[in-house]
Design a protein around this ligand. Structure first.
Ligand code: ASC
Length: 149
């Protein structure tokens, strides 16, 4: 118990003094975090794409599982775009940091699309999955066009 209070205080004060970097030790860690989330999202999105485009047989359960992962992952990358993580191994354009409202709007569009995709996949209807896949792919592309080198 002796260390509990000082530790809690240390954590609390740390959170107050460095809010933007609280979850990452270094800018590179934030870059790695967001790339990891985007990589997992892209992998599961392309599994659905293979089915939507007829390159793989449609398996409703596999599609629904992947769509749920895509929906969850679409919530994660954005916290990794911390101030100061615009350098190094990143394709992110400066506009991510200079126009945060625009970037946030693009994230929200993606998240709305992935929620639709997850709902469509749950129905087990391939045509619904195709439509929702197309809309989601468009929101991926819109964000890449505006915010990625
Ligand atoms: C994918 C993937 C993306 C999007 C994008 C859609 O499968 O990895 O980033 O689709 O290419 O335009």
């Amino acid at each position: 118990m002796k260390t509990a209070l000082p530790l809690a205080l240390t954590i609390a004060l740390g959170a107050v003094s460095v809010p933007a970097m609280a979850q990452f030790q270094k800018p590179e860690d934030a870059v790695k975090y967001r790339k990891s989330a985007l990589t997992v999202m892209a992998n599961h999105f392309s599994r659905i794409g293979a089915m939507a485009n007829g390159r793989a047989p449609f398996d409703a359960k596999v599609a629904a599982d992947s769509a749920a992962i895509v929906e969850t992952m679409s919530r994660l990358p954005w916290e990794g775009f911390v101030a100061g993580s615009d350098k190094g191994e990143t394709a992110a354009l400066p506009v991510v940091w200079t126009e945060p409202a625009k970037f946030k709007e693009a994230q929200e569009k993606l998240q709305a699309a992935t929620t639709q995709l997850a709902a469509a996949a749950k129905t087990g209807n391939l045509d619904s999955v195709k439509t929702a896949f197309g809309a989601t792919a468009q929101s991926c592309k819109a964000c890449h066009d505006a915010f990625r080198k």
